[in-house]
Write a protein that binds this ligand. Structure first.
Ligand SMILES: Cc1cc2nc3c(=O)[nH]c(=O)nc-3n(C[C@H](O)[C@H](O)[C@H](O)COP(=O)(O)OP(=O)(O)OC[C@H]3O[C@@H](n4cnc5c(N)ncnc54)[C@H](O)[C@@H]3O)c2cc1C
Length: 805
């Protein structure tokens, strides 16, 4: 075994081997994989091998696509059989909510150019003569889905990895990991030490223990999963070709052909966690004892759909452990707060994604940026409050719902409340219906009507709609209060702070004390990294605010770029400061009623910041707004939040102060065309494509400038536009294809209803020739094309008169 490697990959399952293969293939040959037993001896060897394009997330779908592309060529490349079968797959629907979900998936898949088709019950019965189609109202069919031999792909990738120069060490266990003073990693194994620049934790079932070796806690726990292989079924044996895989999510089952029979897999109603406190190191290639009683109802579900199973005996029941995270998606990418330590674990569908994630993660490690936006799987999407105990509780809800209808507003109760603002109980009394954002309870909307205190999840307008409309109108005409305590807040200070921040953002860092600057951070290609607002609080001190969900992501980036000379200090202020927003034409009068000093526009203009007492609490108030009305962001010591809140609400009656929630904020920001992180601002777009191109200051140097210069020279390939949609009762949500005639010319990044302008709105990127107001396009929403018109941006108060009033 090598004593030094550029990268050490821990774990020889499908994921670790794929990362190793891709690193070596793309030119980093100096990779050592370390596996404690034989390759595939964790979850991989037991997997059913189903590979589908289906995923609820646009970018994860691309990972699946990459895997399938690779599996189809691996055998030719390596000589190792991988058992790939193109079988096609069907996903069924037996209720309108499921049809909506399929509609969303259909439209999103079309943005990716995937071959996906609607099928009727009759079509399904023709494609799979053994299926009972009773109750189906439709389905989707992907002709190119298939299955693969998990052992075969892992062995093939290992052959490929070795051919490209990587070293694969089996029967070698990592026992500890240290970082040396020089920043190198020292990986201890039972066969000796390896020093390296990068470590990848692909330890599957043991990934939490490996993470612990470097002081990290990751939310991944093993749970049992069962699939059943039936005895030979003559109707299958006699057929030529392969039957399509069928997923009946409403019965939480999948069925596919295996040789001359069928496999039934199921996600039962109660997860059996397996060694939740840590899988024993000596576990390898062992099946678990199946518990047929535990899954009996779901076997019945299988027999209902495929009656022939009721007449056929079991040939083999496979019960094996799989890792589960709070939302079922894996944990990939840079591990916060470490340098050069990556995760590639937490996989419950790791065969489907192994090929693809190996490709994308290798690129991420080598280039420092992912080729596609992998935020959906980024381990930093979870904060510190999402710990082992949280996951232990949460997966009880997630596992039985792995096939639940995907929709963006299905706020589950499990493991909540987790993080709350001090005014949480007051918000509850005011009728808040909360969502969970990075673990924070945040009101989505307010109602006193008991029946509407639970939102009806779905893709079409729902019972929240009238309350959100009311809140938007109220903010437009009076004044509203919103709690954004969850903002990520960082104090940056020191003699080098200004120069350093200026290298991190394309914007000019404010020079005058009390000035605020919208300051996008870019990656080296000029694409959006983060959306930051910088306030100069005093000489050499800056208050930086970014999106709450991006806290770890953004602070990680700042930490990694911190100069080594001690001239800049960073301090996380997120949990020390709360933030309440006042917005609406009466916000100044209200604030003036409870503050000392002059708040007139002359004394406290838009885009400035001051320290002001609100009642008896010293607050930092930024005159900023994300909703396009006169407004203020009131940052205050978190322990004094109730005092600030009571002062504002105490005076609020005279101004008709009411609280509003996240949904109203989202509606209003769409009307203003303000960009949202990970919607409009992601690794696929630069500021030059958007209305915040003005933030790019060409007369200074900053990360991403070369990329922007290149784009400017080559020509801006697309532009962000606002469109109004003829939507009936279903607004776009993002990832909708945008059509000119029959041709897909772009994709929406967000969408919703603008209550102040009373229009359905979408933001999206299209080539410049379609980016002129008046251009007639169409946006496909839940599988149905809707007329759309490009309009001048912003739709609401284009001269910003209200905001700057
Ligand atoms: C019954 C069943 C059916 C499944 N069906 C499917 C399916 O149809 N489709 C699909 O996509 N997925 C399926 N899965 C899930 C899939 O098997 C996993 O998601 C995938 O195998 C995870 O791969 P991995 O490489 O991350 O982890 P693992 O396969 O668990 O590999 C991790 C490896 O790391 C090694 N390791 C751990 N710690 C150390 C250490 N300290 N030092 C050295 N080595 C270490 C382990 O020995 C192990 O070999 C199924 C799983 C099961 C159990």
């Amino acid at each position: 075994m090598k004593k030094h490697a550029r990268v050490v990959v821990i774990g020889g399952g499908a994921i670790g081997v794929s990362v190793t293969y891709h690193l070596a293939k793309y030119g980093w040959q100096d990779v050592a994989l370390v596996e404690k037993h034989e390759l595939t001896s964790g979850s991989t060897w037991m997997a059913a091998g189903n590979c589908s394009f289906f995923h609820g997330n646009y970018y994860c779908t691309q990972v699946n696509m990459k895997s399938i592309e690779l599996y189809q060529q691996l055998e030719k490349e390596t000589g190792q059989s991988v058992g790939w079968h193109t079988t096609g797959s069907i996903r069924t629907a037996d209720n309108p909510g499921r049809m909506e979900e399929l509609g969303y998936i259909y439209s999103m898949n079309r943005c990716l150019g995937l071959d996906v088709n609607w099928v009727t019950s009759e079509d399904m019965a023709k494609m799979h003569p053994l299926i009972n189609v009773d109750g189906f109202i439709g389905g989707l069919y992907w002709p190119d889905d298939g299955d693969v031999d998990p052992n075969g792909i892992t062995m093939a990738m290992s052959i490929g990895a070795k051919k490209f120069g990587a070293e694969i060490n089996t029967h070698t266990r990592v026992t500890g990991i240290e970082q040396t003073d020089s920043g190198e990693w020292l990986v201890h194994t039972d066969k000796g030490d390896i020093t390296c620049e990068f470590v990848v934790n692909a330890a599957g079932l043991w990934a939490p223990q490996v993470a612990k070796m470097v002081g990290l806690e990751i939310p991944s726990i093993a749970g049992e999963h069962t699939h059943i292989l039936f005895e030979t079924i003559h109707a299958v044996e006699e057929r030529d070709g392969y039957l399509p895989l069928v997923r009946d999510p409403d019965r939480s089952i999948y069925i596919r052909q295996e040789m001359d029979s069928l496999i039934l897999g199921l996600y039962e109603s109660k997860v059996k966690q397996w060694h939740p406190e840590g899988v024993p190191w000596d576990y390898a290639q062992n099946e678990l004892q199946p518990d047929i009683d535990h899954i009996a109802d779901f076997i019945e579900n299988g027999i209902y759909r495929f009656p022939i199973m009721g007449e056929t005996g079991f040939k083999h029941v496979t019960d094996g452990p799989i890792t589960y995270t709070p939302n079922g998606d894996p944990l990939v990418g840079p591990a916060y707060p470490l340098r050069n330590f990556y995760h590639a674990c937490g996989y419950s569908f790791g065969i489907t994604q192994a090929g693809g994630i190996g490709h994308y993660l290798a690129g991420w490690i080598m280039e420092g940026e992912p080729e596609i936006d992998l935020w959906a799987v980024d381990s930093r999407r979870y904060g510190a409050s999402v710990n082992w105990a949280y996951n232990h509780e949460k997966i009880e809800d997630t596992y039985p719902r792995l096939y639940a209808i995907i929709c963006p507003n299905d706020w589950r109760d499990a493991a909540r409340p987790n993080r709350t603002s001090p005014i949480y109980e007051y918000q509850k009394q005011a009728g808040a219906v909360f969502g969970d954002y990075y673990g924070w309870e945040c009101p989505n909307y307010f109602t006193q009507t008991e029946a509407d205190k639970r939102e009806n999840p779905g893709w079409t307008r729902n019972n929240a709609f009238p309350y959100v409309a009311d809140e938007c109108r109220h903010v437009m005409n009076h004044v509203g209060l919103l709690d954004l305590t969850r903002f990520a807040k960082t104090k940056v200070s020191g003699p080098g702070a200004e120069t350093w921040l200026n290298t991190l953002t394309c914007q000019k860092v404010p020079v005058r004390e009390g000035r605020i600057a919208l300051s996008p951070m870019l990656d080296s290609n000029g694409n959006f990294k983060s959306d930051m607002t910088i306030t100069k609080t005093k000489e050499g001190e800056y208050f930086c605010v970014t999106a709450s969900v991006g806290k770890r992501h953004d602070q990680h980036w700042l930490m990694q770029n911190l100069p080594g000379d001690g001239s800049v200090e960073m301090m996380d202020m997120t949990y020390q400061l709360g933030c309440l927003i006042l917005a609406g034409p009466k916000s100044r009068e209200l604030l003036q009623a409870v503050c000392y000093g002059d708040l007139s526009d002359e004394a406290f203009p838009f885009g400035t910041s001051r320290e002001i007492y609100v009642g008896r609490v010293k607050c930092r108030i930024n005159r900023m707004t994300y909703v396009g009305e006169l407004g203020y962001e009131i940052f205050h010591p978190i322990e004094q939040q109730i005092s600030v809140y009571k002062t504002l609400t105490g005076a609020g009656d005279a101004f008709d102060l009411r609280m509003f929630g996240m949904y109203a904020m989202e509606s209003m920001r769409l009307e203003k065309g303000y960009l949202a992180w990970k919607n409009e601002m992601n690794v696929h777009h630069t500021p030059l494509e958007t209305p915040v191109a003005w933030t790019v200051k060409w007369d200074k140097d900053f990360i991403g400038k070369r990329g922007l210069e290149k784009q400017k020279t080559a020509g801006i390939p697309r532009r962000l536009v606002c469109m109004t949609i003829v939507a009936e009762d279903t607004d776009p949500w993002g990832y909708n294809p945008i059509f000119s005639g029959d041709e897909i010319v772009g994709m929406t990044s967000s969408g919703g209803y603008g209550h102040r302008v009373e229009q359905s709105i979408a933001l999206g990127y299209v080539p410049p020739e379609f980016a002129t107001p008046g251009a007639r396009l169409a946006v496909e929403v839940l599988g149905k094309k809707r007329p759309a018109e490009v309009v001048a941006m912003p739709l609401y108060d284009p001269e910003n008169k209200r905001m700057k009033a």
